[in-house]
Design a protein around this ligand. Sequence first.
Ligand code: SAM
Length: 234
Amino acid sequence: MTGKRAREKSLENEEDNIFWVKSEGEKRLATINLVPGNQVYREKLVKIDDEEFRIWDPYRSKLGAAIMNGLEILPIVRKSNVLYLGVSTGTTASHVSDIVGPSGIVFAVEHSSRVARDFLERVASFRSNIVPILQDARSPKEYFSVYGPVDVVYVDIAQPDQTEIAILNCKTYLKKGGYMMLVIKTRSIDVTREPAQVMRSEAKKLSANFEIVQEINLEPYEGDHGMIVAKYLG
Ligand code: SAM
């Protein structure tokens, strides 16, 4: 098999389930397709021996962009339980579903019913490890299908108060010692401030309950976006 573990490049966790696969003469980020033959966003499928890999486009996925830009810890691993806020049509969530595999779970929250319908039809209905939740992330107590504490809360909702929403969700569902991955759309928080300044002030809001593990700029894959990875201290 020529698929290689991504940790060879930057990640170190044994349970990582992401790969570098040779496609069109280049090494590309990929996950093993949980639903062989099924595409989510017309991504390329590459068969190597008896495994099918889905090429993960970092220009279409901020988690993919973070990995390309040197993410040091990917807390989403095989068997993880992930609460994903702002799942949209499922581009990134589908790769998270591949990574956690059949023994993990992705609780997928989206508040727009139009987008959620698309997500259900094209992604969640094919993937038994996804639990779709049509709710507003501002009201985490209303997600009746989330059971038990989760290992990771992944947040990509592009709201001015996204950090406060993220903290509330972590306090409700994240296990102590678990991780939050928070995508910051700097311009949706404050267009008048420098992106680095916005990142710093959002990270500061986390200081009471989290240890900041890494702040990553997502350029050139996503302009005006960054990601904060933080460990929940409870
Ligand atoms: N994470 C997606 C991906 O990588 O494929 C893209 C997410 S898109 C930038 C943001 C999504 O968050 C939109 O689909 C939007 O409807 C959703 N959203 C925004 N505010 C929300 C809220 N309060 N509750 C739930 N979903 C929300």
